[in-house]
Structures are given as structure tokens and as C-alpha cells.
Design a protein around this ligand. Structure first.
Ligand code: UT7
Length: 321
């Protein structure tokens, strides 16, 4: 059987980091409120020279270096973003051109905070059916560009960044390294709880992010617990088998509640929300890269990726390192 094996990871953050105290100078908030309600202490904000594609390209280069591969080895780029450089072409094609690996497949996936899971599931399917051999799967965002910087209920929550992994199709057996199971869902009935109030075909503007946070929170905990169990069941594995959970980083309280529902100790959850805030599609690969580079995630480990976001969309993926 063909399996999609994670060969390497990389990430990139804007140069400028912004602490809670700095935000409290411009909106009616406080470090205490943000830390207590979200766990966020810091986020990175792109300057004019940093774009979704430039962050994605830096993350992709780091992932290729970690994998010991050249850009020319890549024949598929799937890039998850809700903040593309332009309405079109796909940001994936801009990254492809910057890397100099033109000619393969390159496209964007729009599933907001679950985008990396959707991109991973798509790339895994394409590798296993033989459409490509080596993929860059990227989550990259500049959510600072779609913030209403006067809305304290949203502007303190998000940040910019990018993360990437290299996936390679290899022959293997069940139990070997590689993606084991992926489960994805969407429920468009809730798309007014988390959305952007503009777009090319409606207002002709880019729009700003709007969120009913409390309701999103409630759905997130329920949907994530359910998709995690579904993914484990599909793989014939149990929560105790998981070495690391690499979750979407929206709120430390969601991470705690989800781990509790699964009966997993908090020490098994990779947490970066304190440093990166919510970077939407970038948050899962950013957290994964942190866990790889600090040596916590090791060869042979069983890793559960999970995310939930606007749409609603949500999903989980279980992979052996
Ligand atoms: O990435 C996609 C998925 N997104 C998420 O998963 C986000 C899910 N939601 C959340 O993380 C949380 O709901 C929030 C962090 C957004 C909000 O936390 P909360 O505990 O649900 O607070 P709340 O919305 O119930 O607001 C509590 C109070 C309100 O004041 P009143 O009405 O009780 O007087 C808010 O106006 O906190 C107020 N508030 C703030 N106060 C200081 C809201 N934002 C702020 C702020 N600073 N930045």
C-alpha cells in the first residue's frame, strides 16, 4: 500500500511580535483578560513587506531543508489560506514560482482554521492515488489584514504566520510511518457565527473578520471531541495510543477541554497559542514544527492533528512519524 510519510517540517513568523500590553494601548482590553480567557500572551504581525506567500515560501524552504530535499523534488503544493495574496491566482502558484519548481500541481484550499487538515487530507489522497510523489502541504495566513482593529472581541485573538510539511508517497505496511486516517466535516448552517463581511462577489471588498466567540467555542469543543473519536475508531486505535496532539491553537481553554474529553493528559498537547495566538490555517503546522524542533515529537510517535473553524469546518488526522 502507498502511504504518505511526513519527511520534514518548517515554519515562519513575521519579524514583529506584539504583546498583549501593546494592544491594550489601542483597544479597551487588558493582559489579564486576554491571558485568562484565551491563554494568549503574544502574536506576530506582518509588516508591508511580509505576505501570506512570503511566509509560506520561507516555511516551505525550511521544510524542504529538514526533509533533505530540493524544490525540484516537489510535484504537488496544497496551500491552505483564508488570506491569499490576491483573489487569484492561487497563493500556491506564487509559492511554486518563488521556490522554482514550476510545472507540477499547485492550488489553494479554503477551509479557514481547518484548512491545514483539509490540505493534508487532499494531498494524502492525491499521493495515495499516484497523482503526485512528493507534496508540500502549507498553512499560511496574514489574518492581521482582515482584523477590525477597533473590535476588542476579535483583534486580540489572531496572528500571522506559516507552517509547512513535506509529504512523500512510499510503499509501506499498516503500522509503518505515514498518514493513517483523516476525517473531515463541514456544516454550512453555522457560517454566520464566524465569517468575513466582504468578498469579491458580494461587496467587492476584502472585508473584516466577525465572530460570535462564545457560540463558536461551544461548537468547537463538541465537534473536536467527536471527530477525534471518529478518527481513532477508523484507525482501530485508542486515545491512550496517542503520543502527541497537535491542535489548532484558538484558545487554551478549548485545548484543555478537548484533552479532558479524550482523557488525555495536558502534557501530551503541543501548545503554542500563548506565543502565536490564533494563526488560522497556519496554527497546526506551526505547532507541529515547534514540537519537532524542540525534540518532543520523535520518529515512531503517533500524532493526532485536529482543527475547527469558519464554515463550520472541522477535522482530524492521525499519523505515525
Ligand atoms: O479559530 C476558529 C475557532 N475560533 C475559536 O475557537 C474561538 C472560540 N471562542 C473563544 O475563544 C472565546 O469565546 C473568546 C476568547 C472569543 C471569548 O471568551 P469568552 O469567555 O467566551 O468571553 P465572552 O465572549 O463571553 O465575553 C465576556 C466578556 C464580555 O463582556 P460582558 O458582556 O460580560 O460585559 C465581553 O464584552 O468579556 C468582554 N470582552 C473583553 N473584555 C476585555 C470581550 N473581548 C474582550 C477583550 N478585553 N478583548
Amino acid at each position: 500500500m502507498i502511504r504518505s510519510v511526513i519527511r520534514g517540517s518548517g515554519s515562519a513568523l513575521p519579524a514583529r511580535s506584539v504583546g498583549n500590553a501593546e494592544l491594550a494601548k489601542t483597544v479597551d482590553t487588558s493582559d489579564d483578560w486576554i491571558v485568562e480567557r484565551t491563554g494568549i500572551r503574544n502574536r506576530y504581525i506582518a509588516d508591508d513587506s511580509e505576505t501570506t506567500s512570503s511566509l509560506a515560501t520561507d516555511a516551505a524552504r525550511a521544510a524542504l531543508a529538514a526533509a533533505g530535499l530540493d524544490a525540484s523534488d516537489i510535484d504537488l503544493i496544497v496551500l491552505a489560506t483564508a488570506t491569499p495574496d490576491q483573489t487569484f491566482p492561487a497563493t500556491a502558484t506564487i509559492v511554486q514560482n518563488a521556490l522554482g519548481c514550476n510545472g507540477g500541481i499547485a492550488f489553494d484550499v479554503a477551509a479557514v482554521c481547518s484548512g491545514f487538515l483539509y490540505a493534508l487530507g487532499t494531498a494524502d489522497s492525491m499521493l495515495r492515488t499516484g497523482m503526485a510523489k512528493r507534496a508540500l502541504v502549507i498553512g499560511a495566513e496574514t489574518f492581521s489584514r482582515i482584523m477590525d482593529w477597533e473590535d476588542r472581541t476579535t483583534c486580540v485573538l489572531f496572528g500571522d504566520g506559516a507552517g509547512a510539511i513535506v509529504l512523500e508517497a512510499v510503499e509501506g505496511e499498516a503500522g509503518d510511518a505515514g498518514v493513517i486516517a483523516t476525517k473531515l466535516h463541514a456544516d454550512g448552517a453555522h457560517n454566520q457565527l464566524l465569517y468575513v463581511d466582504g468578498g469579491p462577489s458580494t461587496t467587492g471588498t476584502v472585508g473584516k473578520l466577525r465572530m460570535k466567540g462564545r457560540e463558536v467555542f461551544r461548537h468547537a469543543v463538541v465537534n473536536l471531541a467527536s471527530v477525534l473519536n471518529e478518527t481513532l475508531e477508523d484507525a482501530g486505535l485508542a486515545a491512550e495510543d496517542i503520543d502527541w496532539v497537535v491542535p489548532h491553537q484558538a484558545n487554551a481553554r478549548i485545548l484543555d477541554a478537548t484533552a479532558r474529553k479524550l482523557g488525555l493528559p495536558a502534557e501530551k498537547v503541543i501548545v503554542t497559542v500563548d506565543q502565536h495566538a490564533n494563526t488560522s490555517a497556519a496554527s497546526v503546522p506551526l505547532a507541529f514544527d515547534v514540537g519537532i524542533r524542540d525534540g518532543r515529537i520523535k520518529p515512531g510517535d503517533l500524532v493526532m492533528f485536529e482543527a475547527m473553524g469558519g464554515g463550520f469546518t472541522w477535522g482530524a488526522c492521525l499519523a505515525r512519524m
